[in-house]
Design a protein around this ligand. Sequence first.
Ligand code: PA5
Length: 420
Amino acid sequence: MTKSYSANKALALDFLGCPAAPAASVDRIEKIHEGLMSGNEAFTGWVGLPQRGGDKETERILTAAARIRDGCDVFAVIGIGGSYLGARAAVEMTEDCVGANCAGTPEIMFAGQNISGSYHAKTVDRLAGRNFKLCVISKSGTTTEPNIAFAILKELLFDRYGKDEAVKRIFAITDPKGGALRAEADAEGYESFVIPPDVGGRYSVLSPVGLLPMAVAGIDIKEVLAGAQRAAEDDMRGLAAVLAATRKALLDGGKTVEVFEYYEPAMFMFSEWLKQLYGESEGKNGTGLFPAALSFSTDLHSMGQFLQEGNPIFFETVLDVLRPPRDLTAPASADPLFAGKSMNEVNRAATEGVIAAHRAAGIPIVRVSIPDMSPYSFGMLVYFFELTCAYTGRLMGVDPFNQPGVEQYKKEMKRLLTIN
Ligand code: PA5
């Protein structure tokens, strides 16, 4: 069964071979939505972030970003998980659309996503001889990876510039009151921004967590928020409800893996952001769809066989960019099949060809079409998937805003470090 839904100047959904969204689930989502918007449910502050485009804090972010860009080759942004993935996804996805805004912007270097000694040594190498500033993002202020990276890079900064200047080069984004980073920022006088206490890490990209690095990168953050606001409108949230109900029906029908696929490599980090959003939100109480992601056409040469003929535990969600930002014509010397053709035209044939082949194998496919890779589309996609995730989580009977399971390995690691 094929159904198409679209919303004006927005994203469109096609459901190919998917079960119909059960009316009872869609009705239930109305109540779920009311609950999310009521202000009475824990960690739902993210629902209001798109409306903050004109507020004082957004202006303060823009002012700080202009100052950061001045005299800075590298802006090292330290954070992990929800304090990292969204900003990097935005920077990479919109890179070719941001254009003129990019002139004079520093390189945005992300750090603090690993424990490996080689990784940290390379991070230090990348700053050698370059004028840099630091942004440390952590709600708790105690997360291992960013904590280590901040200590290392702060020392480098102090050695390079001396304490007075170094302090002016550090920007902290953290809880307004609690936590080690808040205490340090207040004591040392770092310029700081707030992660709203009622917004969890993986839902925080539209707060200063994502907006400050984006603004420094030259991304129009008001456009990001406008796109997110568009996804909050009734027609678009209707699409999110249908998608959420369909995902739940697919899970109930035995599909346990959702494979996100994209044909623009710049969407890689966006798919990483999606993996965290869905994995941490739904994976609890023995349920949830396991989120996987594949980059096409690259991964067709490694995973294409499994997708076509392997164990059909999955369905596919295709992130389809209708107008990619750049193009090139294949030269006359290329294979006659491609010679003289636009590469985007060839990529389009790949997209449609893969969808046809996988449909022939009986794989259910959801196509999410977005107009382009602009900051507006980024914001729209973010809020659309956040809503869809919150709706499906509630339909699955889990709390989509907590992550109790991630503490277990940390306890084990700390126990081992203490006894050694
Ligand atoms: O979504 C989450 O809550 C996590 O991914 C956190 O964002 C991540 O663990 C980083 O935590 P913190 O911001 O406290 O350093």
